[in-house]
Design a protein around this ligand. Structure first.
Ligand code: VGL
Ligand code: ZN
Length: 193
């Protein structure tokens, strides 16, 4: 078991959640200070590359008429339409060519905040013998939260890279409450040393 080892250890994977142009300042669904996750995530990416441990990157990949969009009665402005520039990864995010990209929420009729929802992420982690997932990205109170909860439900150890997440905070405190839910589900919080 690697529960107490500092990542990246054997059995660890890095999971970068939705660090996409539309979630950065100036984007269609800008997460306040969303760009601040990039520098810490790049340091984690470098460590995982050096350690030869796998890196996964999820992306919100919606059809043009996705049900989560206001035009369709949903709560969000149109964002992360598959193939659009807003859906691309942040230019400054240093994903290596070996990073495994997981597209999610790509069906019109259902929203999916979790990287595990409707994807093969869980199967891929298991077949790569991943036991612990280190997670950072956007947004704390939506896709990071649900990805962390699903990872725990699937039996993975989870480390949340606390300085590499930022919240939408539609209601003040959503991000803080989301972190509490992750902790209650058994996720460990790690701050950059
Ligand atoms: C997200 C809102 C809508 C996220 C995705 O990546 O956290 N939030 N779609
Ligand atoms: Zn979305």
């Amino acid at each position: 078991m690697n529960t107490h080892e500092v990542p990246p250890a054997p059995g660890d994977a890095l999971l970068v959640v939705d660090v996409q142009v539309d979630f950065l300042p100036g984007g269609a669904l800008a997460v306040p200070h969303g760009d601040e996750v990039i520098a810490p995530l790049n340091r984690w990416i470098e460590r995982f590359v050096l350690a030869g441990q796998p890196i996964y990157a999820t992306r919100d990949w919606h059809p043009q008429a996705h049900r989560s969009f206001r035009e369709q009665g949903g709560v969000w402005p149109t964002h992360c339409v598959s193939g659009s520039s807003g859906a691309s990864f942040a230019a400054a995010l240093a994903l290596p060519p070996s990073a495994i990209v997981i597209s999610k929420a790509d069906a019109v009729e259902r929203d999916a905040y979790s990287g595990f929802s409707g994807t093969d992420l869980g199967d891929r982690l298991i077949s790569s013998r991943v036991a612990r997932v280190c997670i950072g990205g956007l947004a704390t109170d939506y896709c990071v939260l649900h990805t962390v909860l699903d990872a725990r439900a699937a039996g993975f150890e989870v480390v949340v890279i606390e300085d590499a997440v930022r919240a939408v905070d539609l209601r003040p405190g959503d991000g803080t409450r989301a972190l509490e839910r992750m902790r209650a589900a058994g996720a460990l919080m790690l701050r950059e040393g």
